[in-house]
Design a protein around this ligand. Structure first.
Ligand SMILES: Nc1ncnc2c1ncn2[C@@H]1O[C@H](COP(=O)(O)OP(=O)(O)O)[C@@H](O)[C@H]1O
Ligand SMILES: [Mg+2]
Length: 263
């Protein structure tokens, strides 16, 4: 399968480099704005001045309470969201200048990007996304079958996605993220909706097959400290759009206590 991995970027250098990264959201115009003549909708800063150099390989975890900016940060790395300030580079490619190439090396499972064709089956959805990535049919169908089985979706693979539970959709989204064996994986609240046995199995799969087996780099966002303790090598504590501390889980314990106290 060389369509995706041709001209692979170097294994040296940063997996992800964020420089002066910031994102503001402008709230949508509301009816009230019309009457108060308040046309200056005040932007809301979700991510502010993040400077990080994430090495290749291993698991980097962004931790913080709800609203800290974790999901926004991961979306900026996908290139699906445009930074307001600063830049993001993935494997030395700028996400805004080279979006298509960046996405061929990135797989993501982000909470509100779990969209599928609801009338198609799980298998049909994966085949569709696999085709977009340029796989030839046999290779694609083989990968799809293996991922459906790894994610324990065999029994429901040919059912319409609209009949899936939250946990099944979550596992289908994980399968989609892994389809093209991405060098960089972005995982947002990955354990959500999964029972403890599946969660354990999926954590182990990420660690053993993706990180140790293939040398992939994982960026995860989580407010679940147990999940972080199980998976993370390097932890970044986030609050109100900023990175407050980084290091091993032990290093950042005081910062974690602090940001969850505020919450
Ligand atoms: N599409 C959006 N439009 C406006 N505000 C948003 C949008 N997405 C997120 N936000 C706001 O940005 C902040 C950070 O959100 P988010 O990145 O989802 O944080 P986290 O994932 O850490 O919970 C929150 O205050 C949230 O309300
Ligand atoms: Mg989030």
């Amino acid at each position: 399968m060389d369509a995706v991995n041709a001209n692979s970027p170097s294994m040296k250098g940063a997996a992800v480099l964020m420089t002066g990264l910031g994102k503001d959201y402008v709230p949508p115009l509301t009816f009230k704005n019309l009457f108060t003549l308040d046309w200056r909708r005040r932007p809301m800063t979700a991510v502010e001045n993040v400077n990080l150099n994430l090495f290749q390989g291993g698991v980097h975890a962004f931790v913080g309470p709800n609203g800290a900016g974790k999901t926004t940060l991961l979306k900026l790395v996908t290139g699906l969201l445009q930074p307001t300030r600063g830049t993001v580079e993935v494997l030395s490619m700028d996400t805004m200048r080279d979006p298509v190439r960046v996405r061929s090396f990135v797989g993501y499972c982000i909470t509100d990007s779990r969209s599928f064709f609801l009338r198609l089956s799980g298998r049909e959805n994966l085949r569709f996304f696999g085709a977009l990535q340029g796989f030839e049919k046999r290779e694609r169908d083989h990968r799809v079958a293996r991922l459906l089985s790894d994610m324990e979706l065999d029994d429901v693979a040919d059912r319409q996605v609209m009949t899936y539970s939250e946990g099944m959709k979550q596992r289908l989204a994980i399968a989609r993220a892994l389809l093209h064996e991405p060098r960089v994986l972005l995982l947002d609240e990955i354990g959500r909706g999964l029972d403890p046995r599946l969660r354990e199995k999926i954590y182990r799969m990420f660690r053993e097959e993706q990180v140790e087996g293939r040398g992939a780099t994982l960026l995860m966002a989580s407010h679940n400290l147990e999940e972080v303790a199980t998976l993370a090598d390097q932890v970044y504590v986030m609050s109100r759009g900023r990175i407050l501390a980084s290091g091993t889980l032990a290093d950042v314990q005081p910062a974690i206590r602090e940001v969850f106290k505020e919450d």
